[in-house]
Design a protein around this ligand. Structure first.
Ligand SMILES: [Zn+2]
Length: 447
């Protein structure tokens, strides 16, 4: 809430802040120099999940703290954060927060060229992280209580701020009844539906290998050779989107069963393909192997092949049981986990050789994109003329670079406006997870 405008006449929240105190601070910006001002909160069903994500995003596990300390202790020279990423499976933002915590605690020190361990004893402060976690949970519960209270809203907020004289205000919707319209004009509803039904987001290929992969035994560095890389692709929606993002979150919720795609999903994907202005139309469809959703991915690939009248060459083979570990963690570890884990079956390789066009590579969720990138290398080696990735969902928010500033040689910098930047308004930007402005259609990036 970077508004310093005394005559601000209204504040409307789409989605609730994570605590009544934060909410009070934000709506307090309205009406400082006006007779009155309107504030309206429109909570979202997804709010608790968003609060929970940010509450845990900067809390590393004891195992990963140990990884960082052991890596620094075993190094002969200072390690940069990039070098540490091949020795501890932590995302850059989490790693930077952790190093700051360890620095304050005296366990590490920043020196010329990176970080060193001081050798001081350090124990993971379970009690401290438990306390922080509990405090966030309490705040979330209080926010939900505010939304559903029968009593005066203002009195609730004042009590949350420990005001002993909190009294019913006589003006809020609980005291005086709702003042806001509850009918949605037909035109507005139609326009909103059309917007929410939009499909398709670009899936950008990775351009660089992670730094220092040799430390993990993977012989790659620098730029990914264009001839072995993915071409720009498409996804149906981001996991954080409104509209189709809601369907994606249901589909990929923990514990959701694997099942063939339904007609609505296929139709939505067909629209994405129809709007995709590819340079070369795909000549065949291939799918990624999957342990968790083989039916979903194969049925989608088959359906898209059928609609495009293209041959479906089947799924790639998973080598040695496929990727190790789970998605998440940092780029270097994720690449190491999928390196050499995909192979093109003989029959598909034979077909690829005579295709004369790129293949459409179908997967369920694009997260780090390293699986797709490594699979593209295998497909190129087998003779594919190009690889166009297509996924149902994208979960790129945390892996994406922060908001791009204008000019400055393409330098990236946090925008300081999106929710991820704002959640930590006081601490430095390094203490916040990546800026969310790169996901303009996300429900958490409204401005
Ligand atoms: Zn009231």
């Amino acid at each position: 809430m970077g508004f310093d405008k005394p005559d601000l006449g209204f504040v409307v929240h789409l989605g609730a802040p994570s605590s009544p105190v934060a909410y009070y601070q934000q709506v307090g910006r309205a009406g400082r120099a006006t007779e009155n001002a309107d504030v309206l909160l429109l909570p979202g069903r997804e709010d608790p999940a968003i609060w929970s994500y940010f509450a845990h995003a900067s809390m590393p596990t004891p195992q990963r703290v140990t990884q960082v300390l052991e890596a620094l202790a075993g190094a002969e020279r200072p390690l940069s954060t990039a070098a540490l990423e091949t020795r501890a499976d932590l995302k850059r933002s989490t790693l930077e927060v952790l190093l700051k915590v360890l620095d304050v605690d005296g366990a590490v020190r920043r020196v010329q060229g990176g970080w060193v361990a001081t050798g001081a004893d350090w124990a993971y402060d379970h009690a401290r992280y438990d306390r922080i976690g509990q405090a966030r949970q309490d705040e979330a519960a209080a926010m939900l209580a505010y939304e559903t209270t029968d009593g005066c809203r203002m009195q609730f907020l004042q009590s949350a701020l420990d005001d002993p004289d909190a009294q019913p205000c006589g003006r809020c919707d609980r005291c005086a009844g709702g003042w806001y319209p509850v009918e949605v004009p037909v035109d507005a509803a139609t326009a909103a539906s059309a917007t929410l039904d939009r499909v398709g987001v670009e899936l950008a290929p990775r351009s660089l290998w992670p730094t220092g992969m040799a430390a993990l035994g993977i012989p790659v560095s620098g730029r990914i050779a264009a001839g072995r890389n993915l071409s720009p692709g498409r996804s149906l929606a981001r996991l954080t989107d409104l509209g189709w993002g809601n369907r994606m979150r249901e589909l990929f919720a923990t514990g959701a069963p694997d099942a063939p795609v339904d007609t609505a999903l296929v139709q939505a994907c067909t629209r994405v393909l129809a709007e995709w202005e590819w340079k070369l139309r795909p000549a065949a469809v291939v799918s990624m192997p999957s342990r968790s959703r083989p039916a979903l991915i194969a049925s989608l690939a088959q359906a898209l092949a059928g609609i495009g009248r293209l041959p479906y060459l089947g799924a790639l083979d998973a080598v040695d049981d496929g990727p190790r570990g789970e998605p998440g963690g940092n780029s270097a570890y994720r690449l190491a986990a999928v390196w050499g884990r995909f192979a093109v079956p003989d029959a598909a390789a034979t077909a690829l050789a005579s295709l004369g066009g790129p293949v459409l590579l179908v997967d369920d969720v694009a997260d780090s994109r390293w699986s797709l990138t490594v699979a593209a290398g295998a497909l190129h080696d087998a003779g594919a003329a190009g690889v166009l990735p297509f996924t149902l969902a994208q979960a790129l928010t945390s892996a994406e670079p922060p908001h791009r500033t204008s000019g400055a040689g393409g330098r990236m910098a946090p925008c300081r406006r999106c929710p991820r930047c704002r959640v930590w308004p006081i601490s430095s930007t390094a203490a916040s997870p990546a800026c969310a402005s790169s996901a303009p259609r996300s429900p958490t990036s409204r401005r």
